[in-house]
Design a protein around this ligand. Structure first.
Ligand SMILES: [Zn+2]
Ligand SMILES: [Zn+2]
Length: 435
């Protein structure tokens, strides 16, 4: 597309207009920003005079790497002001400001930083200039690199000025707008990135008009800005570019493209920085990871050893207990056996005694008739029955052979006749014969 055609491209024209709007906004904000930054610097120095009890606030000796803040860390990872990587967290090698001022200024910058957690952009500043250059302090609030060498609002682009106002809580007293993230200041800061980082370099009508309306709203802020002549002048220019008939000169176009180029370059550097930071972070984490793995391994080994030792002790104790149990069991078994033996022996003795007594009783009960008695019995039977027995009953004959073994047998009636049988049956009489 040749240049003339490109200029006739509505969306490209919109893009150029939006870029031009940012330039006008910056022109409107410059003196205001300078004023409020200077004013804040004076306030900070006065405050340091009071809090640090010094008559003059002057130092050119300190640098960020070694500066000891006035505040003290809560713990190794806990800054009382909430700043990540705060100087307070690494006190080794840090030096207290010899003039007793820089530590207090450091604390103030962190304290008034608007983001949560506070994140001053220390790369943009030179601590040595804090006591003499208001922008050395103010640039800590520009959350992007590329401003380290800038010393005035005139040298700082629209984005930088918006950063200073948005990120510095102390400066909010100079504007009516409430910084919420969705206010004109924040929206315009985002718009600036959308415009200058646009690859197509094109914008819809509605887009450019919204952007410019927000820029006008900033400059017409009810507190101080609306009354400043440079704001009034800038608003006038912004309204002109909203007009379709606005003529874009070659100079205008060149300025906008140059600004976009710078913004792009800046963005590239930011990305490079982010990548470098990410790589450093990964390397650090990797190192920490290795260290923590080694630490974990060592802890694990120690724990294992300790566990083994405990286990050994426990095993030892368990074995001792088992041995003790075995000893106890054996002792108890022995006692039981002894008892049982005693009991058995006692029982046997008792049974034996009882048996002997029983045997005596039985002997008494079944005492065999003597030969005299048996003879008498024979004669009585012969007399009653009229029958004469030729010999003594077998059992009586055998009684002569004394022995301890007895055999009992019922006397059969036919052996002794009816009368004898009846008589003996009635007494339940049995004859025990010797075998
Ligand atoms: Zn800290
Ligand atoms: Zn110092």
């Amino acid at each position: 597309m040749n240049h003339q055609l490109q200029l006739e491209n509505k969306k490209y024209r919109n893009w150029v207009k939006a870029g031009l709007g940012l330039r006008y906004l910056k022109e409107g904000l410059e003196p205001f920003s300078d004023d409020i930054v200077r004013q804040q610097h004076v306030d900070i120095l006065n405050s340091v005079k009071q809090t640090c009890n010094v008559t003059t606030v002057n130092c050119g000796n300190c640098n960020l790497k070694t500066l000891m803040p006035n505040h003290v860390r809560i713990s190794s990872r806990n800054c009382p002001l909430g700043q990540a990587n705060c100087n307070c967290l690494y006190p080794r090698g840090k030096i207290v400001c010899p003039n007793n001022v820089c530590g207090a200024i450091y604390d103030t910058i962190v304290t008034v930083h608007n983001s949560r957690p506070p994140a001053p952009f220390w790369k943009n500043t030179d601590v040595k200039k804090w006591c003499t250059d208001p922008w050395a302090v103010a640039k800590c609030f520009i959350n992007a690199q590329g401003y380290a060498q800038k010393t005035s609002a005139a040298e700082i682009d629209c984005s930088g000025l918006l950063h200073v106002i948005i990120n510095n809580k102390s400066l909010h007293s100079h504007i009516q707008c409430i910084i919420s993230g969705n206010d004109e200041f924040c929206k315009t800061r985002q718009a600036r990135n959308a415009i200058f980082h646009s690859v197509t370099m094109e914008l819809e009508d509605s887009g450019v008009n919204d952007y410019i309306d927000d820029m006008i709203a900033i400059l017409e802020d009810g507190k101080e800005l609306h009354a400043r002549p440079e704001s009034v002048e800038a608003v006038k220019k912004l309204q002109e570019i909203k007009n379709d008939a606005f003529i874009i000169t070659k100079e205008t176009e060149r300025d906008v493209i140059r600004a976009a180029h710078i913004a792009f370059d800046q963005k590239g550097k930011e990305l490079e920085q982010k990548i470098a930071t990410a790589i450093a972070s990964i390397e650090m984490k990797s190192k920490e990871g290795t260290e923590s793995r080694e630490k974990a391994k060592a802890e694990f080994l120690e724990t294992s050893r300790s566990a083994e030792k405990k286990l050994d002790n426990k095993t030892k104790v368990a074995i001792e207990k088992i041995q003790s149990c075995e000893t106890s069991f054996l002792q108890k078994t022995k006692n039981s056996t002894d008892n049982l033996q005693n009991i058995t022996e006692e029982s046997i003795d008792q049974i034996k005694t009882a048996g002997e007594a029983t045997i005596r009783k039985i002997r008494d009960a079944i005492r065999l008739p003597t030969i005299k008695e048996a003879t008498s019995l024979k004669q009585t039977q012969e007399k009653k029955s009229g029958v004469r027995f030729e010999s003594m009953p077998s059992m009586i004959r055998q009684q002569k052979h004394e022995t301890n073994i007895y055999h009992r047998e019922k006397i059969m009636p036919q052996q002794y006749g009816e009368d004898y049988e009846r008589k003996k049956r009635g007494n339940n009489f049995y004859i025990t014969i010797l075998k």
